[in-house]
Design a protein around this ligand. Structure first.
Ligand SMILES: [Zn+2]
Length: 299
């Protein structure tokens, strides 16, 4: 049997791989990928076929018995009442009417401070993977709290209100950002809205109204799927997007001569129309674009 350190190392590497495979695309994995996940020379089942808590036995691709639950999932079936709580912690409800058996290994995850996978099902049917820890367990009431990081979860209980607010804000971001990214990338068919680059790993979900502003939103209409270079160019006002979805490159940049990246990657994007989501309801908010474009134009 693995030592605790070996098991934690195995889990850390597996979880990293799962998140990395999801981010090669739009940030989600299909139910099928979760049922037969290729990891090195093995194929591992990462999710329970029926319930929310997955405690795999030896026949599921993992040779050593695990001390604690490998994954939990939140479906949108309405069967579970998992919800976000103040303080950035998530409440995870154990299976209704489930035996204590499965939950025992959730308790072990908390006691050993072992990371596990949380799969959150999206509207599109894919699952977003998160690395989480079980923070507090309420077996009688059949629920527990989970968080993306042990240090942050502990800081969220700090006596210092500054430290507490900071931890809560970061935890909230850590849990919301992957959802925003996947919704935006799905709307844009995993392509850059400006240059059509189709490598998920090189794409970000950019905010039109910056995240730091009060009026920001995690709606897809406040997002743009942009490759790394166009995201940075948009954030630095090297280029702007007007409310009619047309790209404008800054004048001094247009007058500059440099290599192919500047020429083809940026200058030739001047006055092109961005790709828009097929679903009109997902298209960028014109008012947000206008406010942001004003900043570009008056810089
Ligand atoms: Zn691009």
């Amino acid at each position: 049997m693995w030592t605790l350190q070996e098991e934690i190392a195995y889990r850390d590497a597996l979880i990293e791989k799962v998140i990395s495979v999801a981010n090669d695309g739009n940030g989600t994995l299909s139910r099928r990928q979760l049922g037969e996940f290729r990891y090195g020379d093995t194929v591992i089942r990462l999710i329970d076929s029926y319930g929310g808590i997955w405690n795999p036995g030896a026949s599921w691709g993992i040779t050593d018995p695990l001390r604690a639950t490998l994954s939990i999932n939140t479906t949108d079936s309405g069967k579970y009442s998992d919800e976000e709580k103040d303080g950035g912690l998530w409440k995870y409800d154990y299976q209704s009417g489930g035996s204590g058996g499965k939950n025992t290994k959730m308790r072990a995850a908390m006691e050993y401070q072992i990371p596990l996978l949380w799969f959150k099902k999206t509207e599109s049917g894919g699952y977003i993977p998160y690395k989480v820890y079980v923070i507090r367990d309420f077996p009688e009431q059949k629920f527990c709290y989970i968080a993306p990081d042990l240090a942050l979860a502990s800081a969220a209980k700090s006596n210092s209100s500054l430290e507490k607010r900071y931890a809560q804000r970061i935890m909230k971001q850590r849990l919301h950002q992957p959802e925003f990214r996947s919704r935006v990338l799905i709307a844009y068919e995993t392509k850059c809205a400006i240059c059509s680059l189709a490598h998920g790993r090189l794409l970000d979900a950019a905010h039109i109204t910056p995240d730091s502003e009060e009026s920001s939103s995690t709606s897809v209409t406040n997002g743009l799927s942009l490759c790394k270079i166009h995201h940075a160019s948009y954030d630095m006002n090297i280029l702007g997007i007007d409310p009619d979805f047309i790209v404008h490159v800054r004048k001094d940049i247009l007058e500059e001569n440099d290599g192919p990246m500047l020429q083809h990657g940026i200058k030739e994007m001047d006055l092109v129309q961005i790709r828009l989501p097929v679903d009109k309801a997902d298209q960028p908010d014109k008012d947000r674009l206008a406010t942001r474009f004003e900043k570009f134009s008056t810089q």
